[in-house]
Design a protein around this ligand. Sequence first.
Ligand SMILES: Cc1ncc(C[n+]2csc(CCOP(=O)(O)OP(=O)(O)O)c2C)c(N)n1
Ligand SMILES: [Mg+2]
Length: 358
Amino acid sequence: MSVDVLLPSPVPVRFVAEDGTAVPPPTGYRVPEGERLLEGFRRMVVGRRFDRQATALTKQGRLAVYPSSRGQEACQIAGVLALRDDDWLFPTYRDSVALVARGLDPVEVLTLLRGGWHCGYDPAATRVAPQCTPLATQTIHAVGMADALRRKGEDGVVMAFIGDGGTSEGDFHEALNYAAVLRAPVVFFVQNNKYAISVPLAKQSAAPALAYKGIGYGIRSEQVDGNDLVAVLAVLDAAVEHARTGGGPFLVEAHTYRMDPHTNADDASRYREKQEVERWEAADPLARLETYLRERGLLDADAVGAAHEAAEKFAARVREDMNADPEADPFELFEHVFAEATPQLREQRALLASELED
Ligand SMILES: Cc1ncc(C[n+]2csc(CCOP(=O)(O)OP(=O)(O)O)c2C)c(N)n1
Ligand SMILES: [Mg+2]
């Protein structure tokens, strides 16, 4: 395949400027239709409210930890809108908003972050893999799943979410190589939010853009403004179609920003300036989409109000459901791994039993 076909655009693809005005659309991409953009707006409003609610739940001791994706909603929602229900999603710990937008039960989604030992939902039924904390391991799993779907004669596509830091992991590179050789129908979707906890991108990678990491493996790649839902959706639509129609894997890098700390356990003021965060407030993906849709006559004040009302109801339900203590049997932890427990597991089980007796 010629290198030109694989190369990303020299600057991130963008349809809407930061002030919400349309810019001349880049060639080669279809503008997503209005109804999908409206649905994107509604899900972004709910997603942002859910995110704020989950952050509040950590302060109330109802959640052990929560990695916020505030500021990354255009990526979270476009990733979901680009997929069919029978496609697969392989998320990271940061992608709870995407899962909620996909229609998963919010309390199930928060199970892991509440300290549960399993992911809370049924991956086979939802076609959403467990949210992955070991960086980049999900990318290899995603390639295996994509290859399996193809072997079974299904035309499903797999989307693997990953962060900028995760692209430095060996597993990511093995996944790219394996996907390209197998021509697996997988889209690698990098949310470059500029930080891996406290490590800024410049200390993480010397690549001109992370999207260039696909070229060496023979993978078609693109970079996009990750705070522009219209652009992220247009690029992911093209990537998914490429994968679904036998073109092989596709790598998309979305340039975005993590507005909140890494998790509630992090103090981001120790490694980044307030001015930098303020600068990104101006690039807010939700305000940008709202202005764009209003200017095109696709959205009015009533519809915005209804979206926020729906989001409040959603958050109220999450609060209520999360107030009930989960019923957890601590010994279940030792059950579903081996048919017969190993001596070490038996020992750990006995230790836990004696601790619980005290
Ligand atoms: C294999 C592995 N090494 C280290 C960690 C610790 N760790 C958790 S999150 C994180 C930063 C990841 O940054 P990035 O991939 O950019 O994702 P983001 O958190 O920004 O969404 C690190 C190093 C881990 N979870 N797994
Ligand atoms: Mg990051």
